[in-house]
Ligand binder design. Structure first.
Ligand SMILES: NC(=O)c1ccc[n+]([C@@H]2O[C@H](COP(=O)([O-])OP(=O)(O)OC[C@H]3O[C@@H](n4cnc5c(N)ncnc54)[C@H](OP(=O)(O)O)[C@@H]3O)[C@@H](O)[C@H]2O)c1
Length: 240
């Protein structure tokens, strides 16, 4: 029997959300998935629902020791770590002129610094064996927009970090990729958090979660001699 394939996804929230659906897809494709997020109880319930040995590991991605412990948990399991996905990153609106320094710093901690801690740990563990490390981006990864300066700064920096890692570790057989989610996701965050906005957009105006998960799976499945760094995903209605 072949070695079990292991995957770690950090930034896992509600079931109808990108993080949870990434876990569900890769578990269904044969990975044992380690789900990481800050809320222990819902994470545990989600892991049980996903099955296939899925394991909840409550982790705050901005805490170095917790991120290392997450990778240690996976390392203690039978199998090889093949895939790591950094999906954490909350939107942080606000005008710069009104913004507390601590608010900007928090946006950077989740949007960028957490990606460094997680990405560094992933490449440390994958060195000599290879693997895939994927990051979730947003429209903010590629351009600044008024009222979203903190989010733009954190996501733009995360993309540059991912690109640097892609170049630094390709020769080690580590495929680093980035998925630009260019618009609102049709999941719980928008539908429950901003119901009027969701209604105005309609299903056609929100990006399909399964479509985004397809983009991650596409990058994961690419052969070593045909790697992409980035895939962008948007609805047909998006003006970009
Ligand atoms: N929602 C959108 O419309 C949209 C649009 C474009 C791009 N994106 C990007 O897509 C990704 C997923 O966003 P989503 O809104 O759809 O959420 P989601 O995938 O449904 O859930 C992400 C989860 O990450 C967890 N998280 C937040 N901070 C964390 C931290 N410090 N450590 C560990 N986990 C943390 C949160 O759960 P806990 O609070 O339980 O930890 C959150 O629910 C993000 O990178 C986001 O920037 C989202």
């Amino acid at each position: 029997m072949s070695e079990p394939k292991l995957a770690i996804v950090i930034g896992v929230g509600p079931e109808d959300g990108l993080g949870a659906q990434l876990c569900a897809r890769f578990a269904a494709r044969g990975h044992r998935v380690f789900l990481a997020g800050r809320s222990a109880e819902p994470l545990q319930a989600l892991a049980e629902k996903i099955g296939h040995g899925a394991t909840a590991v409550p982790t705050d991605t901005t805490d170095e020791a917790q991120v290392q412990a997450l990778f240690d948990t996976a390392a203690a399991a039978e199998g090889e770590l093949e895939l790591a996905i950094y999906n954490a990153g909350n939107n942080t609106p606000g005008r710069i002129i009104d913004m507390e320094a601590s608010y900007f710093e928090r946006a950077w901690r989740v949007g960028t610094f957490g990606g460094f801690l997680f990405g560094r740990e992933a490449v440390r563990r994958m060195q000599g064996k290879g693997g895939t490390l994927l990051f979730t981006g947003a429209s903010a990864s590629l351009r600044g927009r008024s009222n979203f300066g903190a989010f733009n700064a954190s996501k733009g920096a995360l993309r540059n970090l991912a690109q640097a890692m892609a170049k630094e570790y390709a020769q080690d057989g580590i495929h680093v990729g980035h998925v630009v989610v260019d618009g609102p996701i049709g999941g719980e965050k928008i539908k429950q958090g901003f119901p009027q906005y969701a209604e105005k957009l309609g299903e056609a105006g929100m990006i399909s979660i399964q479509g985004i998960v397809d983009a991650f799976e596409y990058l994961y499945n690419q052969p070593r001699n045909a790697w992409s760094f980035e895939v962008d995903v948007r609805t047909s209605l998006e003006r970009w």
